[in-house]
Structures are given as C-alpha cells and as structure tokens.
Design a protein around this ligand. Structure first.
Ligand SMILES: Nc1nc2c(ncn2[C@@H]2O[C@H](COP(=O)(O)OP(=O)(O)O)[C@@H](O)[C@H]2O)c(=O)[nH]1
Ligand SMILES: [Mg+2]
Length: 247
C-alpha cells in the first residue's frame, strides 16, 4: 500500500493453548508502516503451553484473562485496545492476516463502522469438516430467519471496526462464550445500520494446532442463544472490561 492510513490499529487475538500457531498468526499481518501504529493484544485464557511467552517474544502485549470463554476474552480485549480501529482473528492461522491492511483501508475509504468477514464463499480445502460446515449452515440459516440481518456467515471471528462503536452500549456484545460472535453481528447490524456495516468474503484456511472447542456443546449453545436473545431472555453476564484486581 502506498499511502499510510491515518489510524492506529490494534489486533486483538484470544488464545488458549495456541503455541503451534500464535507466532505465524502475528507475523501474517503486514507490519510495514501501512498505518500510524499497529499493535497486537493477546488475551490469553490460562494457556498451559508456551503461547504467552511466544506472543511476547513477537512484541505483542499479553493480558492474562483467567475467566473462561471466547466472549469473555473479547470483552476484555475490546475494552483494553488502544487503537481507534480494532481487528480480530483466531490464533490458529485460519484467517488471512495479509488482508488486514486492505480491510482497514476499506473501512476508512468507505467511511464504514464495522466489517465482518465471511469465510464460506472462499473456504479452502480442509478448513471445515463436513460436520463443521453443516453446523455452520444451520446456525447461519437460523440467524438469518430470526433476525433478517443479511449476514451470510454468522460464526466468523474476523472483524474490522472502529472502537468508537462501543460508546453506544447497545452495540457491545455481552456473551462470555462462543455466542458472542453472532451476538456482535446481530447488534452491529441492528444498531449501526446496514449502510455502515458490511460483510466481505475472505479466504479461510485449515487450522494449525488442535481446537479445544466442544463442537456439539458450542453448536447447541449458539443455537439456543439465537432463540433466547430473540425473545429478550439472555442472562449472564460478566462486565465489559478486565477484572479489577482491587475488587
Ligand atoms: N482467552 C481465551 N481464548 C479462547 C478461549 N476459547 C477459545 N479461545 C481462542 O479463541 C479462538 C477461537 O477458538 P477456536 O478453537 O479456533 O474455535 P473455532 O474457530 O470456532 O473452531 C482461538 O484463538 C482460541 O485459542 C477461552 O476460553 N479463552
Ligand atoms: Mg478457529
């Protein structure tokens, strides 16, 4: 990219035992002065391997979030991120880090507030098992019918957005677990409007390292969430930011 983008970008990555992929995930994002400042914030859920140490050796800020959950990690990461633009991805080499500058440029050039990346149209061989694809289809289809929000891939975890969207608390996703992903999409489309929020297709690759998720358990939790949230019945929920050690 020729012109430097006039923004500070924080890449927030949740990790739990991702020593096989964390270094390559961080290195996949170009770091050649394409924006004012680029930093990496790793929210680690008590990894018992070398994930934290490896991330630090790559220059990332590592925060230990001992409360469990993918959503919990993101709530902490979003509140701590320094950049006015936040990018997210898994620490497993599935998402295309090399596309981050292009996506941030799109956000700025088109004056958008939020982008979610669709994995389904360009998913590469080996990226999703048959069961995984089927579960994804069921969840994405159910979300489309219940919310009519025009998003194709309800489970994608790559987003590019302005941190200022969280000034409106209705936009903040609240769930501590995997359902935070679809919840964020539902809230963004509802409260930021369809003109300022878009879905972009990106490549999705085979995972590096073992997944720790419980496919059935998380799938059913996601499905249940779609209905309870629609009915306004969602409970939970731990607060937005990091746990205050004084409390
Ligand atoms: N901090 C934290 N990270 C988690 C937790 N559960 C999953 N992750 C991370 O969240 C990302 C998504 O999880 P992943 O296993 O790839 O799920 P999938 O992509 O839906 O199959 C990965 O980078 C995981 O290491 C957790 O409880 N805490
Ligand atoms: Mg993943």
């Amino acid at each position: 990219m020729t012109d430097k983008l006039p923004v500070n970008v924080t890449v927030v990555i949740p990790t739990r035992n991702e020593e096989a992929a964390i270094v390559d995930t961080i290195r996949s994002v170009p770091n050649d002065d394409w924006c004012e400042n680029l930093d990496f914030l790793i929210i680690d859920g008590n990894s018992t391997d070398r994930t934290r140490e490896l991330a630090e050796s790559e220059g990332a800020t590592v925060y230990l979030e001992s409360r469990k959950g993918y959503g919990r990690a993101y709530k902490t990461g979003f509140s701590m991120a320094k950049g006015e633009v936040i990018v997210t991805m898994d620490a497993d080499c599935t998402y295309p880090g090399e596309e981050v500058p292009k996506l941030v440029k799109k956000l700025i050039d088109e004056d958008l507030l939020w982008i979610t990346c669709d994995r389904l149209k360009k998913s590469e061989e080996g990226s999703m098992s048959g069961m995984h694809s089927f579960g994804n289809w069921v969840l994405s289809f159910t979300a489309k019918i219940l919310y009519w929000y025009g998003i194709n891939d309800s489970q994608s975890g790559m987003w590019v957005f302005r941190k200022s969207i969280f000034d409106d608390v209705r936009v903040r996703p609240k769930h501590d677990g995997m359902p935070l992903s679809q919840e964020f999409k539902i809230r963004a489309r509802r409260y930021l409007g369809k003109k300022k929020t878009v879905e972009v297709s990106v490549p999705y690759r085979e995972r590096v390292g073992e997944a720790e998720i419980n496919t059935w358990g998380d799938g059913l939790l996601n499905l249940r969430f779609l209905f309870t949230h629609r009915l306004g019945l969602t409970r939970s929920i731990t607060p937005w930011g990091p746990q205050d050690p004084k409390l």
